[in-house]
Design a protein around this ligand. Structure first.
Ligand code: CA
Length: 240
């Protein structure tokens, strides 16, 4: 059964988003991409579409109660935030309960954002990246009134993918740190966060050349990371 379909359909093979996460009330956050093409890219800013969004839906696919655009004429009521490029990671901060995400930037400008209902995260109006050709994105702006700044960004890119906040007891010094699997970066990023700002970054397993697709916490308090590619591996990270 299809419970949600990101529309409009587009004949392409890039930027699907695709991450799914339950919130505390049992609703689903779902991320979508803007399908990469110059023709579909502006739809990140168009609330009448489901492209380049984080949506919030019930388990049977209806717009969740309290969604920010439920009463906005012409807007899809499933939409929760907009102005995203290709959201690959979703996680809820164990202390604040806030939703955080990461998304691919273009050439430069991979982002970590703290998500607040109804806000515009800027793509493609603002970005810390360039076109792959080296040209500017739009007017080449990095900031604009009314558009959210990322909490953190990378240039050069790391291609952030699945992520989780650590809440276990096995490695107490990692409590509430954000762990992000990186694809082209072929490492795991550990971010220390204080008062909603990143105050430290460490890169783990940098010598492996593995594409880290996702990282999650196990019931034993260890972190588990999966890799894609020809030699797909599962890592268990227990102690420093
Ligand atoms: Ca952004």
């Amino acid at each position: 059964m299809v419970i949600y379909r990101a529309t409009p359909a587009f004949a392409g093979t890039l930027h699907y988003g695709g991450r799914i996460l339950f919130d505390k009330s049992g609703h689903l956050f779902v991320s979508t991409g803007e399908r990469s093409d110059l023709q579909t890219r502006p739809k990140s800013q168009d609330l009448a579409t489901g492209l380049g969004k984080i949506v919030r839906i019930t388990k049977d696919g209806k717009p969740a109660n309290g969604n920010p655009f439920i009463n906005t004429a012409g807007a899809m009521p499933e939409n929760y935030t907009y102005g995203h490029r290709n959201v690959q990671g979703l996680a809820i901060h164990p202390q604040t309960g806030d939703l955080w995400e990461n998304e691919f930037g273009p050439r430069g400008g991979d982002e970590v954002n703290r998500i607040e209902a109804g806000k515009n995260y800027g793509w493609p109006t603002i970005s810390y990246g360039l076109e792959y050709s080296g040209g500017k994105i739009g007017e080449g702006l990095t900031q604009k009134e009314g558009l959210e700044q990322p909490v953190y960004y990378w240039d050069p890119v790391v291609s952030p993918s699945g992520m989780t906040f650590y809440s276990g007891d096995l490695i107490p010094e990692w409590k509430n740190n954000l762990f992000i699997g990186c694809l082209s970066g072929s490492h795991i990023v550990r971010l220390e966060i204080k008062d909603n700002k990143v105050v430290g970054e460490e890169r783990l397993l940098t010598d492996r050349q593995d594409r880290f697709r996702d990282v999650q916490q196990g019931k034993d308090g260890a972190l588990y990371a999966v890799c894609d590619g020809a030699h797909g591996k599962l890592y268990r990270i227990g102690k420093k």
